[in-house]
Design a protein around this ligand. Structure first.
Ligand code: ATP
Ligand code: FE2
Length: 328
């Protein structure tokens, strides 16, 4: 059995886990909750710095209870990007310190691909088109010729950030996504809002602003509903075209926005119409989590994909299609 420890901390969630090929051995997380408004990058990084020691210590205690010591680990993996620079640097520093002190190889993991691989691990999906929707990211990805290609992506902000920004303007607390979903369920009618798909890409910034403006003449329930209908239809349209283009017959949903039931329903309907299978992992594997970093770290380690500490700088704009897939 291979054992890898992984650390995630690209944004709001600091999370560390140990996994083997089959399962999560243990995971410990500590979540940053903004005092006001959205995520403040500097505050989030301070949170991660303050709690990293305690999270790792607790993880070591928990695995010790299961008969595993730090000596048994094969590698240390960390989220190398994309994400908030200050947060990435904090987590990178913790991972390097562990790698050096335990004398274990270091693995630099692309956060987006970790979302994809944990989904392939924890559902029957084999070679899916992946819709990855979170706060900072919105992408349609699929594997082809040695890399995960980006078939479509947001031209501005992620769908989660668009929902959070609108919700904040509506006076709701962070994170806004779940609150928008709840209001949408009580809507009476649809309010026209922008629908922006350009080629295979989509844009959410104008939709978020238009939804905020619509609050001056429409109920929050109707605006939330209309925001969701437009944004999700844009995502489903591009996912469907990626299926047609690649000839694949599976869709995997990843990222925190994947918790949304309306989005799931729309994707399920589209997949049924095309005879494609639709897969959604358990909720704990959808938002940011240490297990996904440890798991892709394990796949990379086993395929010889480790890095020297000297070359382990983080990359806030780390693109998944720049990664050579060594593990498939
Ligand atoms: P990444 O670093 O990949 O961008 P993230 O830091 O945004 O990830 P995630 O946990 O993947 O973290 O996603 C958080 C986002 O998910 C937030 O924007 C939140 O509003 C959104 N979200 C959570 N639940 C729901 C829901 N039920 N409906 C819509 N959005 C949701
Ligand atoms: Fe994420």
């Amino acid at each position: 059995m291979t054992l890898v420890l992984g650390i995630e901390g690209t944004a709001w969630n600091l999370s560390a886990a140990v996994v083997d090929e089959n399962d999560v051995i243990d995971e410990v997380s500590h979540t940053y909750r903004p005092s006001t408004g959205g995520i403040h990058p500097r505050e989030a990084a301070q949170h991660h710095a303050q709690h990293a020691g305690q999270v790792i210590r607790k993880l070591f205690e928990n695995i010790a209870d299961k008969g595993i010591s730090s000596r048994d680990l094969d590698a240390i993996a960390f989220s190398q990007g994309p994400g908030l620079g200050a947060c990435l640097r904090t987590v990178g520093t913790a991972a390097r310190a562990l790698s050096l002190s335990l004398e274990k190889p270091l693995v630099g993991v692309n956060h987006c691909l970790a979302h994809v691989e944990v989904g392939r691990w924890k559902t029957p999906a084999e070679d899916p088109v992946v819709l990855y929707v979170s706060g900072g990211n919105s992408q349609v990805l699929a594997y082809r010729n040695g890399k995960y290609r980006i078939f479509g992506e947001t031209l501005d902000i992620g769908i989660g950030n668009a929902l959070d920004k609108f919700a904040r303007n509506a006076g709701l607390s962070h994170p806004g996504g779940p609150k928008v979903e709840e209001f949408a369920q009580a809507a009476a009618s649809y309010v026209p809002l922008p629908y922006v798909v350009k080629g295979m890409d989509f844009s959410f910034s104008g939709l978020s602003t238009a939804a905020t403006d619509a609050l001056s003449h429409s109920s929050i329930e109707d605006v939330c509903y209309s925001f969701q209908e437009n944004a999700f239809a844009m995502l489903v349209e591009v996912t469907e075209r990626a299926l047609a283009h690649t000839g694949k017959n599976e869709v995997l949903l990843a990222g925190g926005v994947g918790a949304n039931m309306r989005l799931r329903q729309m994707l399920k309907t589209m997949c049924e119409d095309r005879d494609a299978s639709f897969y959604v992992p358990e909720k704990r594997f959808m938002g940011d989590n240490g297990s996904m970093i440890a798991y892709l770290g394990l796949l990379m380690y086993k395929s010889g994909n480790t890095i020297e500490v000297a070359n382990s700088h983080v990359d806030p704009d780390f693109r998944p299609d720049s990664v050579e897939v060594t593990w498939l």
